[in-house]
Design a protein around this ligand. Structure first.
Ligand SMILES: Nc1nc2c(ncn2[C@@H]2O[C@H](COP(=O)(O)OP(=O)(O)O)[C@@H](O)[C@H]2O)c(=O)[nH]1
Ligand SMILES: [Mg+2]
Length: 309
């Protein structure tokens, strides 16, 4: 299996070319090139265009300019390292960590708008936990769309996952209730609930989520232990507003940012974290089951700036 870092690098390859062009890959042919007024301008433009958000881009450019003032022989690779240091500082605390063993089962609720990647992510996540030796049950709480059950069943069959599902139009909260019971009696460590893609502006759909929570709390008053918003990373900074609405309605404990492989706006993750302060549990870097990776600040930042070490 490819290393964590190479998955990040591969997954972010649509975001990074502009940076590679300007900073040069560390150790690559451009990296030894000295900066000058025109490459600094180009750099500034690229930083503002990368969807990091104005605040972060400004901090990076200011630190690079200050270093350049001190030392006119500053090279592309030095600028890349300064950028990486700033980004790591901004992303401090953004990684998610828990051992998922505090409850029986530990309940993770995946929520988000249609097409953000919830169902795919639920399956990839279940597969990952299983590979790590944990017992996992999937609950198919998207009873709203006719094709939803088939989609999650296909994944479960393909990856050999334990699934609790009901019929189309069944009560989503009832599926959550049953899935919890099944996971508990089977002594699973983790229950992952896939939910319907509710538009955050439709309050009835938000109500359905709240009902899922109430029903779970009949079993375990601390459930769900994790409410993770699955966000399409290619929306760039537009996803911040979406995340804010879900956070206000449901109290998010983590984010999963998908489709970073399909976008040049992979920098938006920085703005989302900076704005909301919600840790990023996983990122989607492709369509293969192993492309859902725990978020690593080190790997992400180094991949963005082309630093390999
Ligand atoms: N390239 C890429 N595609 C993804 C990723 N995550 C999800 N998708 C695709 O996004 C589409 C919508 O995913 P789905 O799980 O059905 O979204 P849902 O409506 O939120 O359940 C599917 O075609 C997935 O294969 C990712 O990380 N990278
Ligand atoms: Mg779905």
């Amino acid at each position: 299996m490819a290393s964590f870092f190479s998955r990040f690098k591969e997954g972010l390859k649509k975001t990074t070319p502009t940076f590679y062009k300007i900073f040069g890959k560390v150790g690559g042919i451009f990296s030894g090139k000295k900066l000058d007024a025109s490459s600094l301008d180009e750099l500034e433009e690229a930083l503002y265009g990368a969807d990091f958000g104005v605040e972060t881009a400004t901090e990076i450019i200011e630190e690079i300019q200050a270093a350049y003032k001190q030392d006119k022989s500053l090279r592309g690779q030095d600028a890349a390292r300064i950028g990486a240091t700033v980004l790591k500082r901004v992303l401090a605390g953004a990684e998610f960590s828990t051992d998922f063993r505090a409850h029986n089962p530990e309940v993770i609720c995946l929520i988000g708008v249609n097409g953000s990647g919830k169902t795919t992510t639920a399956a990839k996540l279940a597969w990952r936990f299983k590979e790590e030796g944990r017992g996992v049950t999937l609950g198919a709480c998207d009873t709203f769309r006719a094709a939803a059950n088939e989609q999650i069943k296909t994944w479960a069959d393909r990856l050999g996952l334990d699934l609790v599902a009901s019929q189309h139009k069944a009560d989503a909260a009832a599926v959550a209730f049953d899935a919890w019971q099944a996971a508990n009696s089977r002594h699973r460590d983790i229950l992952i609930l896939d939910t319907a893609g509710r538009l955050h502006t439709k309050s009835n759909l938000m109500e359905e989520l709240k009902k899922i929570r109430r029903v779970l709390q009949k079993h375990d008053e601390t459930a769900p232990h994790h409410a993770w918003l699955v966000v399409d990373g290619s929306l760039g900074s537009n996803s911040i507003e979406q995340a804010r609405v879900f956070h206000e309605a449901f109290g998010l404990t983590g984010l999963i940012i998908t489709k970073l492989d399909g976008t040049s706006r992979g920098g938006a993750l920085v703005g989302i974290y900076r704005e909301l302060g919600i840790p990023i549990a996983y990122v989607g870097l492709g369509e293969q089951k192993e492309d859902l990776q725990p978020f690593s600040v080190e790997n992400y930042v180094n991949a963005i700036f082309g630093i390999e070490e």
